[in-house]
Design a protein. Sequence first.
Length: 280
Amino acid sequence: MLRSVLLAAALSAPVGLLVESLGSAAAQTSDLVSRSEFRVCADPANLPLSHENGSGFENRLAELFAAKLERPVAYTWFPMATGFVRNTLRANRCDVIMGYAQGHELVLNTNHYMTSAYALIVPKDGSLANVKTLTDASLQGQRLGIVAGSPPASHLARNGLIARAKPYHLFVDRRVESPAVDMLKDLRAGNIDAAVLWGPIGGPLVKSDFPEFQITPLINEAHPPRLFFRITMGVRPGEKVWQRKLNSLIRRNRNEINAILLEAGVPLLDDMGTETLKGD
């Protein structure tokens, strides 16, 4: 009976009132998003991803999206560590995080704009140049650099490589510490025999500063956890209008996005993480 009364009341309500109510509800999902700027939440010292001088590939992606929206880019800078989302996106100081792993509960994810993987980095002319997987017997007795707590650490433990591994910090203030750069410097100095890094960090660093190394995406591991991830943009939960607008931009500008990432040195994979993508 209650459902019938409510339905009758709704049907008898003026059409204009219903339309106004629906419009208000839709507006509430994107009222906090700026219409005059493309407001980006970013780390000021997180190369090769982002930097306050605009040299990271996420900066170039932000410029691309801002141009498509015909708005200037405006940044809110905060270290990518504990409290980043709370102090930027959730504080309504900005409207989008350019790179966020798919499925993270702190944000509403857009569709993914890239798929990449953790990668093995070794000297081009070294004895490990042909290694494609962490199960390779050639890695036994070698010392690998690994970011503590990252997914590849489980594989190192399973394959008996963790005892000799050298750990590097996961959550740091990149303004004062750079684990990825430190790892590659240790590899150059011979303090470790191989490095395992997230591809979108390791690939661009190898291309720009460590040309004597090669990078091999770890896409052939037979056991979990998986080492490839789809990367999205993050927006505030509930902002479906804004999410759909960004999804449309991702879909319509896929070639330009890939060109930026490949030029930076990011190892791109197909959506299933089974094959590498090449540039045109």
